[in-house]
Design a protein around this ligand. Structure first.
Ligand SMILES: *[C@@H]1O[C@H](CO)[C@@H](O)[C@H](O)[C@H]1NC(C)=O
Ligand SMILES: *[C@@H]1O[C@H](CO)[C@@H](O)[C@H](O)[C@H]1NC(C)=O
Length: 348
């Protein structure tokens, strides 16, 4: 009798023998980012642990709520780990991710031109830095240079995140107060929710000159539409895995939210040295981790609670989504493809 009940309940709840069909999947990149989502009153991600072959051996379990509606994993840091982990997850028979919303949730270096330490940003474009010089279009196009996500969904996520009350610290306030230049007004302001774009590179960098160069690269690769504001090591890798997943009908690429919270400024205050900025105490780290979750919980709850009314059906994108090749079709309003003519495209 008991076995029958437990079998029934596990089938009904999408239990350990069933396929789990999450509404939201939180994607973190290292342990501290994930830990801030545990032991919170809103939901319990540690109710079920599902080990998935091929994901990071440092973080071998996917964590889910008991009903499987919300799940979380840690990819491991940088591009190689995150692409490998996501590919393994997407191909796992334990999950049906066809209607799942992916919430990429990590900390990042932050541009004081657009946001601040402890602030939470939402990207439409993720750009991979990697040209031979500033202002140069990449010689070879390999397909991972730019990803564009659903801008209408981004707006919905931002509105949900704005209902959160972000935390702040005195140490962050003191750091911000050193950014006195008018061009860094956003860096000097209290933490808030900001819409701006993200840059992926495997190498940690800092300094005004590099930041300026990456701002230019972002503009160049997005036809002057992208606004660089955060620097991190994973998003293009995760998005590439999700793009391939979408091409294989495993995921819906219109259900991706790219969230990054500022843990440190990407450059010193005007007149400051890049080396000092690089070795400065990382005072933005604790509030960035906290605010990532504080803002993110609102988005997760919004999606889960609004499932029947809105999110099951999905938020129709009004922009072209996907990669620089236009693999997912669309009218390519950005005309990214013509840029490929005359270039050596690294495919085939
Ligand atoms: C899941 O794993 C975490 C440690 O990562 C542990 O704290 C928790 O108790 C585990 N949950 C279950 C249901 O075993
Ligand atoms: C970025 O572009 C601006 C405007 O074209 C230019 O003045 C600046 O030198 C560029 N920065 C770098 C690092 O190339």
């Amino acid at each position: 009798m008991f076995w029958l009940l437990s079998l029934l309940s596990s089938l009904l709840l999408g239990g350990s023998y069933g396929v789990i069909k999450p509404r939201v999947f939180i994607v973190n990149f290292f342990q501290a980012e994930a830990a801030h989502w545990h032991n919170i009153p809103e939901f319990n991600l540690l109710a079920r642990n599902i080990s998935v072959p091929g994901i990071s051996p440092l973080y071998p379990d996917v964590h889910c709520t008991y009903d499987g509606s919300i799940c979380q994993l840690i990819t491991g840091q940088a591009e190689i780990n995150s692409a490998s982990t996501m590919s393994s997850l997407l191909n796992s028979p334990r999950f049906d991710l066809t209607s799942t919303y992916f919430l990429l949730a990590g900390i990042a270096g932050i541009s004081p031109k657009h946001a601040t330490v402890g602030g939470v940003t939402f990207a439409r474009y993720a750009v991979q830095g990697g040209t031979t010089g500033p202002g140069q279009y990449p010689e070879w196009i390999v397909g991972t240079e730019v990803f564009e996500v659903n801008d209408a969904l981004r707006q919905v996520a931002v509105n949900l995140a704005k209902t959160a009350k972000l935390t702040d610290t005195d140490a962050c306030k003191r750091l911000r107060a050193t950014y006195t230049s008018p061009i860094y007004a956003a860096g000097a302001a209290p933490p808030s929710i900001v819409m701006c774009d993200t840059l992926t590179s495997d190498t940690f960098w800092t300094g005004a000159l590099l930041a300026d160069g990456f701002e230019n690269t972002t503009l160049l690769l997005t036809h002057q539409n992208g606004v660089y504001c955060s620097t991190q090591q994973e998003d293009n890798a995760v998005l590439n895995a999700l793009l391939r997943g979408a091409l294989s009908n495993l995921v819906d690429f219109s259900r991706i939210i790219v969230m990054r919270a500022g843990s440190d400024f990407d450059r010193p205050p005007e007149g400051g040295s890049a080396a000092e900025n690089l070795f400065a105490l990382n005072v933005g780290f604790p509030p960035a981790l906290l605010n990532l979750r504080i803002a993110g919980v609102k988005i997760v709850q919004g999606i889960v609670d609004g499932w029947a009314a809105t999110f099951k059906r999905g938020i129709e994108p009004t922009n072209d989504i996907g990669d620089i090749f236009g693999s997912l079709g669309g009218k390519r309003e950005l005309n990214l493809l013509p840029d490929l003519f005359g270039r050596r495209v690294g495919r085939g």
